[in-house]
Design a protein around this ligand. Sequence first.
Ligand code: TRP
Length: 333
Amino acid sequence: MEESKKRMLSGIQPSGDLHLGNYLGAIKNWADRAQDYECYYFMADMHTITVRQEPAELRRRSLNQLAQYIACGLDPEKNVLFLQSHVPAHTQLSWVLNCYTMFGELSRMTQFKDKSSKYKDNINAGLFTYPVLMASDILLYQPDYVPVGEDQKQHVELTRDIAQRFNSIYGEVFKIPEPLISKAGARIYSLSSPGDKMSKSDPNGCVFIMDDDDTIMRKFKKAVTDSDTENPIRYDKENKPGVANLMNIYSTLTGRSFEEIENEFAGKGYGAFKPAVAEVVIETLRPVKSEAERLIKDKAYLDSVYKDGAERAAYVANKTLRKVYKKVGFYQG
Ligand code: TRP
């Protein structure tokens, strides 16, 4: 990897199967980023256990999700892909940074407030210090950019505050990273409630990349549209959000403009349009799905990706950790 490239790092929770919204909204772009940036991506399995998990399921997802990301185009030769729990430096730095993060700061995190009201019977300390582990994930790698969703922006801002605080005491130890908030551009909405983002928590409105062809067709045939029979296939996001979402999916996958799509389906109804959208989705996902299935069966390969990724990640992370340990006064002999 060239030294001159700027560095990017992001974490992903291994919390479920990938869907069309993930694929079109994020992962496809990630594959292109490796040309211009040195990219690190990891599965944040340690963050995931802040909410109770089924262990076998977490293990399965950690592997399956890697297979799915690679199948979506994230090349392990061009990106460093690893599992958070394989690189001990994350928790080692986290302890140190806990001592440079204020109780008040953590109490103000909106995600902590949301999650502690959602999981009232398990408001554990990990949920509270979650942002410190995230700051450690980031700062260990000295990245220039941290691509995250809008919901994680506050955590990256806290990371910057912690880094600045540490640097102001000990000198330039950490690079101050910039959040890169993903644009709303390729937003894909739920097929069953087009006001909401496509999400695995609403499986009927969500097309998973591992869904079989019939399931995809059925989900599109049931997609919520409207009762417009006059001129049904036209782009009007405000008044026809369901149709706009389907047109956006169709346009993204075929490269056709909304106007071309309107012409293509002029005089036709949803009975023609919905299966046409389903067909292009099925065709697009077919090679992704079959590659993911092939990879899932090749456990030895996936293990080697994680092993190699962890080695490359640890090399960078340990450099930062050694510096921090020295700065705070841990005797190194
Ligand atoms: N908290 C992030 C999320 O839920 C995942 C994450 C963990 C992360 N560590 C990170 C993202 C470091 C960016 C950088 O989406």
